[in-house]
Design a protein around this ligand. Sequence first.
Ligand code: IPM
Ligand code: MG
Length: 360
Amino acid sequence: MNKKIAVIKGDGIGPEIVTEAMKVLDKVAEKFGHTFEYEQLLMGGCSIDVNGVPLTDETIAKAKAADAVLMGSIGGNTATSPWYKLPADKRPEAGLLGLRKALNLFANLRPAVLYSELKGACPLKEEIADRGFDMMIMRELTGGLYFGARKTEEVDGVVTATDTLTYNENEIRRIAIRAFDIAMKRRKKVTSVDKANVLDSSRLWRKVVEEVAKEYPEVSYEHMLVDNCAMQLVKDPAQFDVVLTENMFGDILSDEASMITGSIGMLASASLNDTKFGLYEPSGGSAPDIAGQNKANPIATILSAAMLLRYSFDMDKEADAVENAVNKALKDGYRTGDIMSEGMKKVSCSEMGDVIAANI
Ligand code: IPM
Ligand code: MG
């Protein structure tokens, strides 16, 4: 097959980790007889430096014209980077939010799996890590607090900031359907996470999820309050299969879930619309502190490329090959600094990419 992949390397460690994912994709193309054509696009801080804005119409149009988008990470050090002197809607993160909205990428899949080889890197107690876990966080990605109206103004002489959290039933229904569909292919359990004891938007969330659940009698489901979920994730992560939640809760819980896998450098993600199109990026940030040093962990980005093959290109064999290649690298003892433990072989970002590509 001949496929067009738009590539947004982005900022910080973005260029390094994406280069490794492309190395692995090239190996897949060679082994399985495909052609992947890449087009590099700017978004985030690097776009601000060139275009003055984090996201241009050109990037949106070219991303739309591709079969899928592979992304690294965007943003810089919020305390020191000049990007953060700009108004909020001109900063790198606004570019990412704008791109997700423009491409209608409402469904964000973030799989958090504890690899048995990485049990030592899991910060949880041994008896919890020993049970392992394999969950899929389904985060709603184009609604809620991150997209509601916001303002900062003076009210009676006092500076006051307002953000608004809005969901309509259709936005909730479409992500809930995705979550139940995915649960059907997994262990058939959905935990819907909300704050229904306080928020109206969460009470609507619960009602709509219950309606959708009726259509999936084989899937068992439960509601869980977000504060309790944060606690359960470190107490008993094995209980979760599909975790369905709104935008901000999913942002926070997915970072927590990634940390218990051993490192945020392990968590892949797919952001999908209602077609086969998707944007694939590691869940972690741009890690400006280690950028350019060839020590970032490229595994989350390589696993995101595997999700790209599976969800946008229907290339299941190829995606399996990438995931197996990552497993083999870990089994063979290769570790970047973030997941390093005694007796293992410490490798750089590019060496990890080489090892995984060679395993394809
Ligand atoms: C993520 C990131 C983004 C988000 C930021 C960079 C806007 O934290 O993908 O989780 O909050 O969605
Ligand atoms: Mg986040």
